[in-house]
Design a protein around this ligand. Sequence first.
Ligand SMILES: [Fe+2]
Ligand SMILES: [Fe+2]
Length: 285
Amino acid sequence: MEKATIEKKLLERITDIATLPFVVRKLMATLSNPRASARDLGRVIMSDQALSTKVLRLTNSAYYGLAQEITNINHAVAVLGLNTLRSMTLSIASHSAFFKGEGCPFFDRKKLWLHSLGTAICARVLARHFGLATFEDFFAAGLIHDVGKVIVDQYAPMLFHNVIMLTIKDKVTFYEAEQRVLGITHPEIGREAALKWCFPSFLIDAIANHHDPVKAGRSWEAASIIHLANYFCKLKGIGESGDQCSPVLDPSVEKAININTKALENIFTDIDKDFKNSQAFIDMI
Ligand SMILES: [Fe+2]
Ligand SMILES: [Fe+2]
């Protein structure tokens, strides 16, 4: 099959994977409406029994460390706030998207899901460190930054297998193997998914350029945070992204970050704490 045909077919498939359950789409619409109230949000969650149960279970998990038990959705909305609920419901939705279909037997999606969650946690810690108010959005971006790999695995498992084999045979990065085999890379596919999930534009650019932040233009800062989060997650060995090569930090990011040793220690401590707490979160999703 021609690379142009492969690219066209893969991009068509994004509609399938990016289609979230009706309740999650309704939830995203409510959350992005500045006039929507906590009561509106509670009503949407309560309209779906399975989602209500998951939200209550996660709210009461060690991950959020609340002192009191939350027994109803309106209370959960009031305690957690809109942004945290956005990350939570996106985690639930992306988790089910990650485990759809069979895929290549040599690729472990559970490890990729862990890598994505690890990157999400690192991105949130870094965004907080850099004083960005939208740190929950960075969590969501970290969660889906590699979703393009899942899409190829689901819809073209044989081609995905060829990509994996090439990374082993020629010792090239996953990104380079995708360019050679597919003619399209997972950040480009992830960009399409982020567009369908109505992410803010700076995060769409960040996902699209997480392997080459310089190309993100005005969204360079956001792309650098996702790039650095991906790098830290690999250094810490959380999950696996499918890449056989050692992680490399982009020179432009390395030059610009300017994190001193003490700050780096604090960032790593926060990542460890967040990841340890999220074990309960992972088990309950
Ligand atoms: Fe990636
Ligand atoms: Fe990654």
